[in-house]
Design a protein around this ligand. Structure first.
Ligand code: SF4
Length: 288
C-alpha cells in the first residue's frame, strides 16, 4: 500500500550522525535505530534517545519488530552474548555527554537469562541516577516471563516511570507477539502500579487488523491494570521480513481514541500516526 502523507516524517539528519557517533563510541544501541523509528531525526536533534540494553539480539521474534532474533527455527537461542558488566556505566556516561534530563531504557527480551536481565536493568537505572542525580528514568521493559521477583528488582532501583507495551489486541498475539501473553503483560502492569508508586505506562499499535471494539477493550484493560499513561501509534513495516501493514489509520481516528482514553481516566495520552512509546516521553511524563 502507498504510504499516506500523514505517516511521512522528514527531519534534519546532521544531529542523527553526531549522536550515532557518540552512541557507537560508547558501544550503545538505541531502539530508535533498531526499530528504524521515523522520529529519529527529531528526537536525536533534541537530543533524546531510547537506549536498548542487553545486546541487539532477542530471544523472541515478534512479527512487527526488526530487531535480530536469536531464536532458531527449533526454538533454540543463537547469537546471544553475555550481558556486559560495564554497560550501565557506558550508558550513564553517554547520558551525561548528551546532557539528558530524561532517559528511556528499553531492551530486547532475554529469556535465556535467569531473571530475564532484570538486575541488569536495575543496575542501569542506578548508574544513571548516581551519575545524573536529577535525571528522570523511564524503563520500558520486557515481561520477564511474568516473574514478580524480577519486576520488583527493577522497581527497587527507583525508576520514575514504568512502561511495558501490550503492542496489540489479544486476538492478534499469535501472529504479532507469539512468545508473549496478553494476560501476563496486564499482570506486570497491575503489579507495577500496585507496588511502584510511580506512573505506569503502556502502548499499542494500530494498523495490524485490530477491530475498533477490541481497541476500546484493550484501553479498558490497561486502565483497570492501573495504567495512567498511554501511547497509540501507527504500525509501520520496518523490514520486508516483518508483518505487512493491514491498514493506515487516519489521524482523526487517533484523535477520537485520545479523547476516549482521557475520558477513561488516563492522565497522559499520546495518540497519533507517528507516536512511539518513547517519543516526547519527557513531555508526557510532565503531564502526569
Ligand atoms: S521482544 Fe521486543 S525486541 Fe524482541 S522481537 Fe519482540 S518487540 Fe522485538
Amino acid at each position: 500500500m502507498r504510504l499516506p502523507e500523514w505517516v511521512k516524517a522528514s527531519y534534519p539528519s546532521s544531529s542523527v550522525l553526531e549522536l550515532k557517533k557518540l552512541l557507537r563510541k560508547g558501544g550503545l544501541h538505541t531502539v530508535c535505530e533498531e526499530a528504524r523509528c521515523p522520529n529519529m531525526g527529531r528526537c536525536f536533534s533534541r537530543p533524546s534517545a531510547a537506549f536498548m540494553i542487553m545486546g541487539a539480539v532477542c530471544t523472541r521474534n515478534c512479527g512487527f519488530c526488526s530487531v535480530e532474533s536469536g531464536r532458531s527455527a527449533a526454538g533454540g537461542a543463537a547469537g546471544l552474548g553475555p550481558l556486559s558488566d560495564d554497560e550501565p556505566a557506558r550508558l550513564a556516561a553517554a547520558a551525561r555527554a548528551m546532557a539528558l534530563k530524561y532517559v528511556v531504557i528499553t531492551s530486547v527480551t532475554r529469556d535465556d537469562i535467569e531473571d530475564g536481565g532484570a538486575s541488569h536493568f536495575a543496575n542501569c537505572v542506578r548508574a544513571l541516577k548516581s551519575e545524573l542525580p536529577a535525571v528522570k528514568v523511564e524503563v520500558l521493559t520486557p515481561d520477564f516471563g511474568g516473574s514478580r521477583k524480577a519486576l520488583e528488582s527493577v522497581l527497587a532501583a527507583g525508576p520514575d516511570v514504568f512502561n511495558h507495551n501490550v503492542e496489540t489486541v489479544p486476538r492478534l498475539y499469535p501472529v504479532v507477539r507469539p512468545q508473549a501473553d496478553y494476560e501476563r503483560s496486564l499482570k506486570i502492569l497491575e503489579r507495577a502500579s500496585a507496588g511502584g508508586g510511580i506512573p505506569v505506562k503502556s502502548g499499542f499499535m494500530l494498523g495490524l487488523g485490530e477491530r475498533p471494539g477490541e481497541v476500546m477493550a484493550v484501553m479498558e484493560d490497561l486502565r483497570a491494570s492501573g495504567c495512567v499513561m498511554l501511547t497509540i501509534g501507527q504500525y509501520l513495516r520496518p523490514s520486508s521480513k516483518s508483518l505487512p501493514v493491514f491498514e493506515y489509520i487516519r489521524p482523526e481516528r487517533f484523535d477520537e481514541l485520545r479523547i476516549a482514553a482521557l475520558a477513561m481516566g488516563f492522565k497522559s495520552v499520546a495518540s497519533g500516526p507517528l507516536v512511539r512509546s518513547s517519543m516526547n516521553a519527557e513531555e508526557y511524563y510532565r503531564h502526569v
